[in-house]
Write a protein that binds this ligand. Structure first.
Ligand code: NAP
Length: 326
């Protein structure tokens, strides 16, 4: 399949796999040059980071500066994440979707990354008490000022994305063209990363997937390997044994019967195709008819290359349907 896509406002082709920069060494602000060099050399030119990924933006920014690669990459960051106060159960979350907070986050991201412009700027969470129309206007201002090129939301429902788009299009503004929800072959009912993460998995989200098939909005899925559920390290049995090495919260998020059946199907078909479990799980996402990109995190250059090569694997409609059958 075609390994690059087009996102309006971005003047270069965008790799369907984004390097997910929420990995431990980058969160700690460490040098990730070996990993990032290997990704770019092999063709992965898009990078997904966020204001709240510890020092990930600094780590990425240091690499961009030291290699002089700003013009060769597509840079995505996210702002407007809520602040959490777990120590105060009466008021555990402060929402931060306001014109001022978004601008403050963007300026901090630009400084940390050491760049003048962000290619794709997403709001990391939504605040449904703020009209989507108002937010659309604030984001359009950032495009007009040349601070960002393409805009969108992460963990926004498709209805809110649509409301923001409708308003922007009716008022001659730049519409949201990117949405970043969770999507993977394994379904999850759990709120994966806390605070209302939006997922496209499951029959209850069929309408959302249909909307994305019918509207010109790119989907940048995250946790498409289900946080390592499809790493190839685990078998269904590992989720069921009393002495399971897996963390209880991981078992709770992914260890339902439906997912375990899918995991075993992926293992079987991957063995037949001579590819890895991760590759086949990633490849499945691209068979679902949406304009899909996916952010994948790995601390290994070899595994990241393996992820990139997943797009070369042939997968028929029948095989894809079998993998996700209930
Ligand atoms: N917008 C949002 O709210 C949001 C939320 C979460 C994440 N994200 C983005 O999505 C990215 C990925 O998310 P994630 O890390 O949570 O989940 P993920 O990509 O589903 O899973 C990452 C895990 O898979 C392993 N892995 C990666 N490639 C592999 C391969 N080829 N073979 C075997 N194992 C492999 C990694 O281990 P190794 O390091 O050992 O390879 C890591 O443990 C993040 O870095 C971030 O950029 C966005």
């Amino acid at each position: 399949m075609e390994k690059f896509g087009v996102i309006p406002g971005i003047d270069q082709k965008v790799s369907r796999i984004f390097f997910g920069c929420a990995i431990r060494p980058m969160n700690l602000g460490e040098d990730a040059g070996t990993l990032l060099d290997a990704a770019l050399e092999n063709g992965i030119n898009a990078f997904d980071t966020a204001r709240v990924y510890g020092s990930s933006e600094n780590s990425l920014g240091n690499w961009i500066r030291s290699r002089g690669v700003r013009d060769r990459i597509v840079l995505l960051t996210k702002g407007g994440h809520p602040a959490f106060h777990p120590e105060n159960p009466a008021d555990p979350i402060t929402r931060r979707i306001s014109r001022e907070e978004i601008r403050k986050d963007l300026e901090t991201s630009l400084l940390a990354l050491g760049v003048d412009t962000i290619d794709i700027y997403l709001l990391h969470r939504d605040d449904t008490s703020v009209p989507a129309e108002e937010i659309a206007g604030w984001m359009d201002e950032l495009v007009k000022e040349g601070r960002v090129r393409a805009i969108g939301g992460s963990n926004w429902t498709h209805q809110r994305i649509q409301a923001a788009r409708d308003y922007a299009l009716a008022h001659g503004m730049t519409p949201f063209t990117v949405s970043s929800p969770h999507f993977s072959l394994a379904e999850t009912a759990a709120d994966l990363y806390g605070d209302h993460c939006v997922t496209l998995t499951g029959s209850e989200n069929a309408q959302a997937r249909k909307w994305y098939r019918e509207n010109p909005v790119a989907v940048l899925s995250f946790a498409s390997l289900s946080q390592g559920f499809f790493s190839g390290r685990w078998k269904a049995d590992d989720f069921c044994r009393a002495d399971s090495p897996l963390k209880p919260e991981f078992i709770k998020a992914f260890g339902c019967e439906k997912n375990l059946t899918r995991l075993e199907r992926v293992r079987k078909l991957a063995a037949e195709k001579g590819c890895t479990v991760s590759q086949l799980a990633l490849r499945w996402g691209f068979s679902q008819g949406m304009d899909l990109f996916t952010a994948v995190g790995s601390t290994s250059p070899e595994r990241m290359l393996e992820n990139w090569k997943a797009l070369d694997i042939p997968l028929s409609a029948e095989e894809a349907e079998w993998l996700s059958a209930d």
